[in-house]
Design a protein. Structure first.
Length: 100
């Protein structure tokens, strides 16, 4: 069996890492070109409708955009507090929290 020097193993692992990095950049380029048409369609819709961002309701910050809520929003109210923004009652719970 042939012994491998440490420097050879290092350069081999560096070459494999560089090849993987180049493949990641190539994949990003392919995906960008593939999604360009969809992105242009979305830009045209935003331009035609004059949209700025998704805004479901204007009341509370956690009802404006559910994905962009603050990390501390769930801790602002205690379990027995009344909901003081009526639009929050219109949201359905996420599917993973609903029962079967």
């Amino acid at each position: 069996m042939m012994q491998c020097r440490e420097s050879t193993a290092f350069f081999l692992s560096a070459a494999v890492g560089l090849a993987l990095l180049l493949l990641l950049f190539a994949h990003a380029g392919w995906r960008e070109r593939a999604g360009r048409k969809s992105l242009e369609e979305k830009r045209e819709i935003v331009r035609a409708l004059g949209l700025t961002d998704l805004c479901l309701f204007t009341e509370a910050r956690y009802t404006r955009h559910p994905a962009m809520a603050d990390r501390f929003t769930p801790f602002q109210d205690h379990p027995f507090s009344l909901e003081h923004f009526p639009s929050a009652s219109l949201f359905r719970p996420p599917p993973h929290l609903s029962g079967p």
